[in-house]
Design a binder for this molecule. Structure first.
Ligand code: ADP
Ligand code: MG
Length: 702
């Protein structure tokens, strides 16, 4: 490929040079011409709007422009160095223009009594407005520069301003880069797509996003660029999926056999919901193909993912394979073991449990039984991943609560057989559909979007600390009715000791207010031995204690149907998805359940939104959408796969519709021309290959 002018280092652009280039690289990650063009304004100012000083107020956050004259200039000594202060008037009122640096050459350039347009952010101090480091143009210059009504405003920071890279500097660089490169903006989309979506050409889109000729063209420019960005992301994810299906051979489960059928016809503990049936079918079809399944199963807490997992395992067994289920905690693994064993015993399926506390002797036997095939289903914690754990013929690996496991762990599972076993990842953290689409476009996704019938919606209430007596009164009433109560304290991540202290103080307070012999209180925390935790959990599960005081160890998956009240202490310290997870611990029995959020009296606005959201809805997807808005997608997913989210212009929250459209169009394209062979797709192919190389997508297009 010949060197592309767009890849020219930014220092070569006229007006930039090595010094500015260094700042651009460091502060804005602009290394090349192309990077500069892809540096988009975050907003636009109406350059025909001029403020008067009387109109200014302290809440004005954005840059503004004012017409007026400088009537006086002075330098003021300050602790370190001097500052330059100019008195500026719009004919009615005065304000100050202030420079802390570089004032010498500015002082020389300023003229008294010449009409100026000043531009910048305002400060308010001691009854006087000022504008630090304004951009200044004479009225004549201003009129000449006023080619567009909408002036781009680029992201900036202190360092840029200190190095005299102002908004106007960036704008000038942008103009220059367009002069030098505009003839190079090749269209990547085929004509049919351009016409169908009425897309602006790439060149026009670039131009109008930086220098909009009208509001309409700006909208269309932004649409086009957002669409393009999301389209290429989808194309990458989808083609990864295609590659996986083409290249990664898997075991084809051709049969639905005796295990599955016997269980389905004779031993189902309850009728399946339609969502469960649909998802089982999706999994069955997927596993019957010659390719490895990689599927994410999403379903709110309590939606019944376990039985879906179990029946998928029966399909593996029916085809002569073993299956395993991995859970993130010991307690949860045990609970799965108990629940699944109960079902499995009815159809003579052999289930075993392997966790960190499995004794060495038991372990040896277990290893043997796995290799000989005596064990059909193995349930456990990440102990399953150890190399010593070898199967005779593993066909399906299920991972519960995937956000606790990383990608590497998923891939370790792949190595447990000659061909990789099918992988089903179950998660109760509802990921907004749009996010799932952009993050897991390379996984297939199944959703259980229906709760089993007969559940009473959990009532969620928010109480301030000052109302504690009222809450305690309520608890006594519920205990008198035979119910059990969770009281959860936050994990204080910075300090385990603090954490423990916090919990133990809470525990003592609860024990004082709910004394023996009338009440019995359990406590479970992270510093207990697994065995002691287990004993305590079991006491509570059997109804031998009324109240369970705990840290978030109970967050995932624990099932005590008689526990109908969840009290969350210092609820302001929990994230929204975590609050929702905790709430999911109750509402599993037939009784009306409650979730009570206790907070201090003073709440930040974010916290208020979280508490309100919890009180207003039980829908995990709605909660996750709100969470996404509060925290932003990067945070929601941690660092995992966040590369995909490095978006230049599109916004996963605001641009969900464009994302859907981009996905549909990407699917259509791959269906039409999987290998980009058609003439009309050559430019698209070229752009895609560059991206695929950068992002290390398996070499899919030759
Ligand atoms: P989760 O999706 O949170 O893992 P579980 O699989 O633990 O949910 O199921 C929650 C509870 O609902 C369990 O007690 C389970 O037996 C019950 N359950 C699951 N599916 C149904 C159904 N179709 N009808 C009635 N109860 C169900
Ligand atoms: Mg579960």
């Amino acid at each position: 490929m010949q060197p592309n002018l767009l890849d020219t280092p930014i220092e070569y652009l006229k007006g930039v040079g090595p010094q500015r280039a260094a700042v651009l690289k460091k502060e804005l990650q602009i290394f090349t011409y192309k990077d500069l063009i892809n540096f988009y304004p975050y907003k636009y100012l109406d350059r025909t709007k001029y403020y008067r000083i009387t109109e200014l107020n302290q809440n004005l956050q954005s840059e503004i422009q004012i017409v007026g004259k400088i009537i006086h200039i002075k330098t003021v000594e300050q602790k370190r160095g001097r500052r330059l202060v100019a008195t500026f008037t719009d004919g009615h009122l005065n304000m100050e223009l202030v420079w802390f640096q570089g004032y010498k050459w500015i002082q020389e350039s300023l003229q008294i009594n010449v009409p100026y347009v000043i531009f910048g952010k305002i400060n308010y101090f001691n009854g006087l407005f000022s504008m630090p480091h304004p951009e200044i143009e004479t009225m004549d210059e201003h009129k000449k520069n006023l080619q567009t009504v909408l002036q781009p405003v680029y992201p900036s920071n202190e360092k840029l301003i200190k190095r005299h890279i102002s908004n106007r500097t960036i704008t000038k660089m942008m103009q220059q880069v367009f002069i030098e490169t505009h003839h190079l903006f090749k269209e990547v989309f085929p004509d049919y797509l351009m016409n169908e979506l009425r897309l602006l050409s790439k060149k026009e889109a670039f131009f109008n996003v930086h220098f909009p000729k009208s509001n309409d063209l700006l909208d269309r420019a932004r649409f086009r660029l957002k669409f393009e960005e999301l389209f290429f992301i989808q194309l990458q994810l989808l083609s990864k999926n295609v590659v996986r299906k083409q290249r990664i051979k898997g075991f084809a489960f051709k049969q639905v056999g005796t295990y599955f059928n016997t269980f389905y016809h004779d031993h189902l503990p309850f009728p399946l919901t339609n969502a469960q049936k649909r998802v089982i079918k999706e999994i069955r079809i997927d596993m019957a193909r010659e390719a490895q399944m990689n599927r994410l199963l999403q379903g709110d807490v309590g939606s019944g993912k376990t039985i879906v997992g179990f029946m998928s395992m029966l399909l593996a067994l029916d085809n002569g394979f073993q299956a395993c289920l991995m859970a993130p905690t010991e307690i949860l693994a045990q609970q799965h073991f108990i629940g699944i064993k109960e079902m499995a015993d009815k159809i003579n399926v052999n289930v075993s449990l392997l966790t960190g506390s499995t004794k060495t002797k038991e372990r040896q036997q277990l290893h043997e039984d796995l290799l000989s095939g005596t064990i059909d289903i193995l349930i456990g914690t990440h102990a399953l991943l150890e190399d010593k754990v070898q199967f005779k013929n593993l066909g399906l690996a299920i991972i519960d609560e995937q956000h606790r496991f990383g990608v590497e762990q998923r891939s370790k599972m792949w190595k447990k057989n000659k061909l990789p076993p099918h992988v089903l990842v179950m998660t109760a953290t509802p990921i907004p559909r749009t996010l799932a689409m952009s993050l897991y476009g390379d996984l297939d996704v199944s959703v259980i979007d229906e709760l089993p019938p007969g559940r009473k919606p959990i009532q969620t209430l928010h109480f301030f600390e000052s109302k504690r007596l009222q809450v305690w009164h309520f608890i006594r009433g519920e205990i008198a009715k035979g119910r059990q109560i969770y009281i959860v304290f936050p994990l204080i991540q910075e300090s385990e000791t603090l954490d423990y202290k916090n919990l133990m103080e809470g525990y003592e307070a609860v024990s004082r207010d709910f004394p023996l012999p009338e009440y019995r209180v359990s406590v479970v925390h992270g510093q207990m031995k697994p065995k002691d935790k287990d004993i305590e959990m079991k006491r509570f599960a059997k109804g031998q204690t009324n109240i369970m005081v705990a840290t978030t160890v109970i967050e995932v998956g624990v099932n005590v149907p008689n526990a109908s009240v969840m009290i969350i202490e210092s609820a302001e310290r929990f994230g929204l998805s975590q609050l929702h997870q905790l709430r999911g611990r109750v509402g599993r029995g037939a009784e009306q359940s409650y979730c009570i959020l206790m907070t201090g009296n003073k709440l930040s606005s974010d916290t208020k939104v979280r508490m309100e959201a919890m009180c207003n809805t039980n829908d995990g997807f709605e909660i996750s959408e709100i969470d996404l808005k509060l925290r932003g997608p990067g945070d929601l997913m941690g660092t995992q796969q966040s590369g995909v989210l490095n978006l230049q212009i599109a916004d996963l929250i605001k641009d969900q519709e464009i994302l859907k459209l981009a996905r549909i169009k990407a699917i259509e394209l791959l269906k039409k021309d999987l290998n980009f062979e058609k003439e009309e797709h050559q430019e698209l192919k070229a752009a895609f290959v560059v991206l695929a190389r950068k992002n290390n997508i398996w070499n899919y297009i030759s």
